[in-house]
Design a protein around this ligand. Structure first.
Ligand code: HEC
Length: 395
């Protein structure tokens, strides 16, 4: 492996590690505050201006937290703001997008059988979709539609489906799914950066000056915070979904994404209602809807187009012609492809025995999914994929 490849692999690993850790911090804090917010109870002895308190035990300590109806008479200067979790999750995520998908655009972002574009065009498409996606989302929330939460949610849902369909026409399957995640993740982080924190900051400043805070700050911050709450679980699934070849290559990704959004939002709804003290029996339907959406996504992903071309048996020589043309320049002991000094993922496909050994992975990557050949560099045809599939079935 060249030094540059080694460096970029470790930088990728470092960013991914940081992204996951910081993301867990963000999600953990937000789950905790949703729970906390509902847990306050008025008690006999409370400080002036306090609406309720919560008692907790954790890690060997006892904690007593107060919530003010509006705010305390005096705010201390060392008020803790939860914001870096959100900002850094986005920064590390964007870094990963650059490292994995922009720098290796030909391998991961572009699939010439979807749209033959140059890396710079794909990168411009990616950046502008994230920017305009935010402007559209933010504009809708600020518009009169934003006053109607149900209508707004329905429109945002339709936008997510349309974005998935659009990305599927521009990028590789993997590139498309990661962009749905990146788009929603950008909404969430920008909600914190552009709306929630600035509004809270304004409110805190007026309170510190001893003035009353404008109630609209709270209402607007709450709306965005609610969106983040319901988008958290779907976005997590979108981020890992690009590792599943069957999902990545599916022709109806927008339907699968829609079902995933419903499923994740319903699980979150269940947790919200459960935190609010609702009895399991009354809220179990939310889990039913989540499960139905999840199972439907699995069923839809199993629906594949009919095999094309000649469906007769495929012999060993024929399959090796296909594999030699599409795989062996990378997957051999000494790859002829300039980017590789050793077989990627340790997988060699130089004869039928090796092809049999990796049968299930090959099926997943090159027949059901279309993640291989990497970046579809050889422009592998559907007929070749079908023949490879038929040969694998015969084994
Ligand atoms: C341009 C180089 C290249 C070509 C051509 C190529 N691959 Fe790969 N393959 C890779 C790389 C790089 C990986 C490492 C994993 C990744 O990037 O996701 C990989 C990984 C794999 C894996 C393991 C994936 C996993 O995580 O389970 C399989 C299976 C595979 N390739 C099969 C094939 C088949 C079958 C073909 C031909 C139809 C093919 N590859 C063509 C570069 C290539």
């Amino acid at each position: 492996m060249s030094n540059i490849a080694l460096f970029s692999e470790w930088l990728n690993l470092l960013l991914r590690w940081a992204h996951i850790i910081i993301g867990i911090g963000w999600i953990g804090a937000s789950f905790y505050f949703v729970w906390l917010d509902i847990a306050f109870k008025p008690r006999d002895k409370m400080n002036p201006g306090v609406y309720g308190t919560v008692w907790m035990v954790h890690g060997g300590g006892f904690y007593h937290v107060e919530k003010y109806t509006v705010a305390p008479a005096q705010l201390p200067p060392d008020l803790h703001w939860f914001k870096w979790e959100a900002y850094l999750t986005w920064v590390t995520g964007f870094g990963l997008l650059v490292l994995q998908y922009y720098i290796n655009a030909k391998s991961y972002l572009i699939d010439p059988s979807v749209l033959a574009i140059e890396p710079w065009q794909a990168i411009v498409a990616s950046l502008s979709s994230l920017l305009f996606g935010w402007l559209i989302y933010d504009g809708l929330c600020r518009s009169p539609i934003g006053k109607n939460p149900v209508l707004l949610a329905a429109i945002l849902f339709a936008i997510i489906l349309a974005a998935t369909a659009m990305y599927s026409q521009i990028f590789s399957g993997r590139g498309a799914l990661i962009h749905v995640g990146a788009l929603i993740g950008t909404w969430m982080a920008a909600n914190v950066f552009m709306v929630i924190i600035p509004r809270q900051d304004k409110a805190a400043k007026s309170l510190m000056r001893g003035e009353e805070a404008d109630p609209s700050h709270g209402i607007i911050a709450k709306q965005r915070s609610m969106h983040n709450n319901y988008l958290t679980l779907p976005v997590l699934l979108m981020m890992v979904a690009s590792h599943y070849p069957g999902l990545v290559s599916h022709q109806w990704k927008w339907i699968i994404v829609g079902l995933i959004v419903i499923s994740g939002a319903m699980v979150r709804h269940f947790i919200n209602l459960h935190d609010a003290g609702r009895h399991f029996k009354g809220i179990a339907w939310t889990l039913g809807v989540a499960a139905a959406a999840f199972v439907s996504a699995a069923v839809v992903s199993g629906v594949r187009p009919e095999r094309s071309g000649d469906l007769s048996a495929v012999n060993d020589a024929e399959v090796m012609t296909i594999v030699n043309r599409n795989c062996v320049m990378c997957h051999s002991a000494a790859p002829s492809h300039e980017a590789f000094d050793e077989p990627p993922a340790g997988i060699k496909l130089e004869d039928v025995d090796e092809l049999r050994r990796y049968a299930e992975q090959v099926r997943a990557q090159a027949v059901i999914g279309q993640t291989m050949p990497l970046g579809n560099e050889t422009a592998m045809t559907l007929e070749e994929r079908d023949k490879l599939g038929i040969w694998l079935d015969q084994q």
